[in-house]
Design a protein around this ligand. Structure first.
Ligand code: ALA
Length: 499
């Protein structure tokens, strides 16, 4: 019977019914512009401001632009699939909910558990990246935090023992702190955001919009101002022979982090005023805007600085320091801080909503994860718990390790969403689809191929960690979720012979 339960699916009608029944519901206040802004807010951050440095320097050189195109394509295919699903099932929970409707309870749980990598570990990565620009900004004012409070404790040992030789080389002479105990700025920013989120989404959405506009302006300044400093000789060789195509692919798998976030719009479907129309618009528009900006920034960065000399801590700001243009360094650092803050805000806003969906289904304890604050109407307990975990991860774990783990988890979730859309076209061909993914099954197939393809380039260590994480999830399902599952209990009521 366990087998039957593991593959039990939640019907789309059931999801709709839950939507209409109103218990533990969130308020519907987001329109298409607010949703696109949430998307852009979640996308442009640590990936483009920080991770591009390591990618260009150690994986792809100027062909970083190609890495962005490949990664962007993988996301675009997944985005169409997300859009179809989000319009069909406008309930909080994103890929988790989609999987519950198509692949069954166990896989849904595994995906929900996997999404913790995307959102909670993702938030830790973003906060860690934030600290790099915070330190850069302090540097502009000649202020310095004691070195032992500026980075995680593992980075030094790690450089020596863990990272591939090429990446170790990138750190030498990069000015990265050599030994540290704790990343204090990353820890503090997580708590500031946690408190804002406990207070409520209305305030957060306004705060988010202001920061999104600011960061778009900064990215445009980087592109326009940087283009005056491009030396086209830096683009030759375009694909450095020491990296080749494998480097481009490794780069795509690593900068993939920069695109994460468009899918978080689907976790807000429940708060959208007209989810069936506006959620697809938000997903596709925000991804399209960011892809164009990323390719341009990659071109400008690798055109301004020979790829071997790109800084890996705060690469965009440092490209301007190298030109001696300090006022721009100040503006870019400030913009990066604001931009990355807005990413953190959206990611940390999304995680508790996934928990909420999972706990409503009985797969997680309701009294913690489904509790909505009586006055603020936010999932306050889940938010606080997440704040604690994210702040510790951000301050104690190396940035690359966090980023690799987030990427593999998210790529996996994207591949599953693509597969679910495809399956659903056969299982429920009749169900109304306000937005239809074009060219099914080609687009879902390409989504699966691109996203699994990028996973291959993340290395066996990352795969091992993914398996370890998913195995822990499986154990939790077997000892908790399967006994508390609401779907299972309903099934038992209808058929008491089911155990
Ligand atoms: N795409 C987001 C970032 O780059 C997660 O920070």
């Amino acid at each position: 019977m366990l087998f039957k339960q593991m593959f039990a699916t939640k019907s789309l009608e059931m999801l709709q019914e839950e939507m209409d029944s109103g218990q533990h519901r969130l308020r519907r206040i987001l329109g298409p512009v607010a949703l696109t802004s949430l998307g852009v807010g979640a996308i442009i951050g640590t990936g483009i401001f920080v991770l591009v440095g390591l990618t260009a320097k150690t994986m792809a050189g100027p062909s970083l632009m190609l890495s962005f195109i490949i990664s962007g394509l993988g996301c675009a295919f997944a985005a169409f699939c997300y859009a179809e699903f989000a319009a069909m099932t406008p309930v909080a929970g994103s890929a988790y909910t989609f999987a519950y409707a198509t692949l069954g309870e166990l896989l849904a749980w595994i995906i929900g558990w996997d999404l913790i990598l995307e959102y909670a570990v993702g938030s830790a990565t973003v906060a860690h990246g934030w600290s790099k620009y915070f330190l850069k900004l302090l540097e502009v004012f000649n202020l310095h935090i004691p070195g032992f409070l500026t980075n995680d404790p593992l980075t030094t040992k790690h450089i020596v023992t863990h990272l591939p030789a090429m990446i170790q080389g990138a750190y030498i002479g990069s000015g990265a702190p050599v030994s540290s105990w704790f990343n204090l700025p990353a820890f503090l920013i997580v708590w500031v955001i946690t408190i804002i989120l406990v207070k409520g989404i209305r305030e957060s959405a306004g705060f988010n919009s202001a920061m999104v506009i600011f960061k778009l302006v900064i990215v445009l300044i980087v592109i326009v101002a940087g283009s005056f400093f491009i030396d086209s000789r830096n683009w030759h060789p375009f694909m450095p022979p020491e990296f080749g195509w494998p480097g481009v692919m490794r780069g795509a798998a690593y900068v993939f982090f920069a695109y994460i976030g468009f899918d978080s719009i689907s976790t807000h479907a429940e708060e959208a005023i007209n989810p069936k129309r506006d959620v697809p618009i938000g997903i596709i528009a925000s991804l399209a805007i960011c892809t164009v900006l990323y390719i341009l920034v990659a071109g400008v960065l690798t055109g301004m600085v020979p790829y071997k000399m790109i800084d890996i801590e705060a690469p965009i700001a440092s490209a301007f320091s190298a030109q001696g243009w300090n006022s721009i360094v100040f503006i870019v650092s400030l913009g990066a801080i604001a931009g990355i803050t807005s990413v953190l805000l959206v990611m940390m806003l999304s995680q508790p909503r996934i928990f909420l969906a999972m706990s409503r289904d009985g797969l997680m304890p309701k009294h913690i994860f489904a509790a909505v604050h009586p006055v603020f109407k936010t999932p306050h307990r889940a938010t606080l718990l997440m704040g604690l975990v994210v702040s510790l991860g951000a301050s104690l774990i190396p940035l690359e390790d966090l980023a690799y783990l987030v990427n593999i988890g998210t790529l996996f979730a994207f591949a599953i969403v693509c597969a679910s859309v495809w399956i659903m076209r056969y299982v429920r061909p009749d169900y109304p689809r306000p937005f239809r993914c074009p060219l099914v099954p080609l687009i879902p197939f390409l989504g699966i191929a691109f996203n699994l393809g990028m996973m291959i380039y993340l290395g066996w260590m990352t795969w091992l960690r993914l398996f370890a994480w998913l195995s822990i999830g499986l154990v939790i399902y077997l000892v908790y979720g399967r006994y508390h599952s609401v779907l299972h209990k309903q099934g038992q009521k209808q058929d008491p012979s089911v155990s």
